[in-house]
Design a protein around this ligand. Structure first.
Ligand SMILES: NC(=O)c1ccc[n+]([C@@H]2O[C@H](COP(=O)([O-])OP(=O)(O)OC[C@H]3O[C@@H](n4cnc5c(N)ncnc54)[C@H](OP(=O)(O)O)[C@@H]3O)[C@@H](O)[C@H]2O)c1
Length: 239
């Protein structure tokens, strides 16, 4: 049986990924930080549906480097080490370059770049091979600075994806998915999402199922590494 760990698995995209892989017979490690109740509810529900499989809960504040260094110690010793990691957790804070202070810069880079890097590095060290998948953002192709530190952290993660794919082959495949708008940010509604998405060539938001399909392809296709799939209604074409 294969095991996958998904960061930010209690809510939104991460939760959908956890349910998607559980439905396909995987064991799923559910990382969370603040969403304790949501994570526990999800683990309980999955355990009820699939009583013979494991859904370990992995707590970690990804902005705390010491906690990140201990992340994999939480993996239950009686289970085989996971073959797949999906880095989905992120922080998405608006601020132009001029508005970005050191605290915001650190928060964005620690959660969106440094933590995924350390989780990948440790998995590479402790595991015996498999696949790593970073959720990026179509913004990696443009120079828009409305979320400057966020965009820069995802650009760095995209480069890391390619570099790790080369260095850690053949044991590990490393890929990325760069979505366009999938879910409205907290506080915004579907009309907001539609409006933002209309700027893309296909003039539509990305359905959650479409994003899940892209992740599934990259995680399971054993000939593919170092790829970044833009699942963004073509937004990367116009930058
Ligand atoms: N949503 C979209 O339309 C969209 C578009 C483009 C790219 N993406 C990318 O797709 C991924 C998933 O998107 P999303 O909208 O589902 O993400 P999200 O709601 O912004 O965040 C997902 C999770 O990240 C976790 N997180 C935030 N800060 C953390 C910290 N300090 N330590 C540990 N976990 C932390 C949170 O976990 P807790 O709740 O447990 O604290 C949260 O549930 C992200 O990488 C995002 O950049 C999303």
């Amino acid at each position: 049986m294969q095991a996958i760990v998904i960061t930010g698995a209690a809510k939104r995209v991460g939760k959908a990924l956890a349910e998607f892989f559980a439905d396909r017979d995987w064991e799923v490690g559910l990382h969370y930080n603040r969403s304790v109740k949501e994570a526990e509810d999800l683990a309980r529900r999955l355990q009820q549906r699939f009583p013979h499989r494991h859904f370990p809960l992995l707590a970690c504040d990804l902005s705390d480097p010491e906690a990140v260094a201990r992340f994999w110690d939480q993996w239950p010793g009686e289970l085989p080490f996971p073959e797949v990691l999906v880095n989905s957790a992120s922080v998405f804070e608006p601020a132009s370059l001029a508005e970005t202070d050191q605290d915001l810069w650190r928060r964005q880079f620690q959660v969106n770049f440094e933590a995924p890097f350390v989780l990948m590095q440790e998995l590479h060290k402790r595991g015996s091979g498999g696949s790593m998948l970073n959720i990026l953002d179509t913004r990696i192709t443009n120079a828009q600075s409305s979320h400057a530190a966020y965009s820069l952290s995802k650009k760095a993660l995209a480069e890391l994806t390619r570099m790790a794919a080369l260095e850690w082959a053949p044991a590990w495949r490393v890929n990325g998915v760069a979505p366009g708008p999938v879910l409205p940010p907290p506080g915004k509604d579907a009309a907001y999402l539609q409006k933002v998405a209309e700027a893309a060539p296909l003039q539509r938001p990305v359905a959650l199922d479409e994003l899940l399909d892209a992740v599934w392809f990259l995680v399971t296709n054993r000939a593919v590494t170092g790829q970044i799939v833009f699942c963004d209604s073509g937004a990367h074409l116009i930058g």
